[in-house]
Design a protein around this ligand. Structure first.
Ligand SMILES: C[S@@+](CC[C@H](N)C(=O)[O-])C[C@H]1O[C@@H](n2cnc3c(N)ncnc32)[C@H](O)[C@@H]1O
Length: 219
């Protein structure tokens, strides 16, 4: 594999939320995602950037368990607990191996995962309100963790209101994997990484409870 100096690779780039911010500060970012719908939104977000910034971003469809871009990057990152989209240990391991193959020696893979915690469990509750032109979208969420199978089931309901009248209700459900701290440490070790730092969130807290941020190095 060749090397992509000064470039970062995001796994599960989604709408480009993070990648766009990096491009704005002159980092060259590549991003993969397996969802054409997310990549379409990312494309339209990229088109709204100044031409010089647009050139910094390259996104493509790819499956995190089996991608091969032919390059090694000085930084690979995977925000928003994207690894949790791999529900089985086998898929988690395949992803870590792919990441390893795309990282330059001595460099960092940074990612966060939600840890198993009863704190996620909740009955249906309001989770935000967003104006969209003439309409308002109310979001409801309910979570149920299954500690035996180490998964978290989520139900999201979106209610669309126009002039205070409900005109549409859409329900979505998803299941993500819950990986324990010890498990991720073992998986990283098995994939060839060494753990450089671990924090309990993005403010570098040493108190690790339900969100684990890890910086793993390829030796
Ligand atoms: C929680 S979102 C994070 C999006 C973005 N990284 C962010 O922080 O805003 C997870 C993303 O991972 C993508 N994804 C889920 N499973 C995937 C897979 N197996 N391969 C590649 N991308 C995947 C989803 O389509 C989604 O865009």
């Amino acid at each position: 594999m060749g090397e992509k100096a000064g470039t970062a690779l995001e796994i599960g780039v989604g709408t480009g939320r993070v990648a766009l911010e990096l491009a704005r500060v002159d980092v060259e970012v590549w991003g993969i995602d397996n969802s054409p719908a997310m990549l379409n939104i990312a494309e339209s977000n990229i088109k709204r950037l100044p031409a010089r910034t647009q050139e910094k971003i390259r996104i493509m469809q790819g499956e995190m368990t089996s991608f091969d871009l032919g390059w090694e990057f000085p930084l690979v990152y995977m925000p928003s607990s994207t690894l949790s989209h791999c529900v089985t240990t086998e898929d988690q391991m395949k992803t870590l191996r792919c990441v390893y193959d795309h990282l330059e020696r001595g460099e960092i893979f940074a990612f966060d995962i939600i840890l198993p915690s009863s704190r996620y469990d909740s009955a249906l509750r309001p989770a935000g309100k967003q104006p969209m032109g003439e309409r308002t979208v109310l979001r409801w969420i309910s979570n149920r963790s299954d500690t035996v199978h180490q998964v978290l089931h989520t139900i999201l309901i979106f209610e669309v209101y126009e002039a205070n009248i409900l005109i549409e209700r859409v329900m979505e459900s998803s299941t993500v994997g819950l990986i324990t701290r010890r498990e991720i440490e073992l998986l990283l070790e098995k994939a060839g990484f060494e753990i450089k730092n671990q924090f309990g969130g993005f403010s570098y807290s040493e108190d690790i409870t339900d969100l684990l941020v890890t910086q793993a190095r390829k030796p």
